[in-house]
Ligand binder design. Structure first.
Ligand code: UDP
Ligand code: MG
Length: 318
């Protein structure tokens, strides 16, 4: 029987201090498995010594491979590059900072051997700030009402994907990628395992508040056009109440004459309507921006260098 090959895909942005650790941790885990494997580091335009570290460990670990970008294209681009370059019958996506415990690898592989196409490692929120946990749980409750696929808090990119799942994800060629939604969109047989949240040991998180907010908006608008419909409803409701207000006031004027010049009401009406209009314009702009980006058909990333020669042509960009 042909031996299974597993590809680990590790998006790495300024992770010089973590590369050797994550490689060693994976190698230690894989020692107990009768499988061939490769560890594919996707260097997302790091400006520290990440690339030097990766080349360095290649001397010790022939399983280490890399694709490096010409600049920082973001984690989503790094993931798609990893999926495109991975050769394995299954891919395990893992962060470089060891927040995705390598000790779960055997469980992920077990799920794969049981025949699941996606084995999802779900984390609890231990150690996260109360504010962040509260914001995320509210967000997921809201987003699941608004969009057509189900997203679950704590289920991120840490997962095993079968070849079939990888190929399905690669069929989705949209420019604005929101992977969490895409994993849910492809469906297939899934199994979830849970683990305790681990806090980052080395380096810093790359998620600033504004990046998180952008991610949250992507989650909603990448998946449907319901916000546009909501805009329409808000607009209709505002218009109706404005008409009722005008009618009632006019009747009042006819019956009792003008009482006090309505300075306050005028200003508040202007502000309110202005707000609604801006909101609607903003939402419409979101979609138009997306259409604009899609029509440009830009590749998700550009490759600076890669250790995987055979797949370099044609597949590096989609
Ligand atoms: N990452 C990346 N490109 C980026 C930002 C992050 O490839 O622009 C990688 C990063 O090196 C890490 C993973 O994505 O391996 C998760 O990033 P981080 O730990 O900053 O996110 P958090 O764990 O705080 O959600
Ligand atoms: Mg992290």
């Amino acid at each position: 029987m042909e031996q299974l090959t597993i590809s680990f895909v590790i998006p790495s942005y300024n992770e010089a201090g973590n590369i050797a650790n994550v490689m060693k941790a994976i190698a230690d885990e894989m020692m107990h498995q009768q499988m061939k494997y490769e560890v594919l580091f996707v260097d997302d335009g790091s400006t520290d010594g990440t690339m030097i570290e990766i080349r360095d460990i290649q001397y010790t670990y022939p399983e280490a491979e890399y694709v490096s970008f010409t600049r920082n294209f973001g984690k989503e681009a790094a993931i798609i590059a990893g999926l495109q370059h991975a050769k394995g019958q299954a891919v395990i996506l893992m962060d470089a900072d060891l927040q995705h415990p390598p000790s779960l690898i055997s469980e992920l592989l077990k799920g794969f051997e049981e025949g699941y196409d996606q084995v999802i490692a779900k984390r609890n929120r231990k150690g996260d700030s109360h504010l962040r946990s509260l914001l995320s749980s509210t967000y997921y409750r809201f987003v699941n009402k608004a969009i057509d696929v189900q997203l679950n808090d704590g289920e991120g990119d840490f997962r095993l994907l079968s070849r079939r799942a990888v190929d399905s994800l690669l069929l989705l060629s949209e420019g604005n990628r929101f992977s969490k939604g895409l994993y849910a969109w492809i469906g297939l047989e899934q199994k979830t395992i849970t683990y305790e949240n681990v806090t980052r040991q080395l380096g810093e998180t790359k998620w600033s508040f504004s990046k998180l907010l952008n991610y949250a908006i992507d989650g909603i608008v990448s998946f449907n056009t319901k916000p546009l419909r909501l805009c329409l409803y808000i607009g209709l409701a505002t218009l109706t109440s404005a008409l009722i207000y005008i009618f009632v006031t006019l009747v009042g004027i006819f019956l009792h004459g003008v009482a006090v010049p309505g300075y306050f009401t005028t200003i508040s009406a202007v502000l309110f309507l202005g707000g609604v209009q801006l909101l609607s314009l903003g939402i419409i702009g979101e979609y138009i921006g997306r259409i604009y980006n899609e029509t440009k058909k830009r590749p998700h990333y550009l490759v600076q260098q890669t250790s995987i020669e055979s797949k370099r042509e044609g597949r590096a960009t989609i």
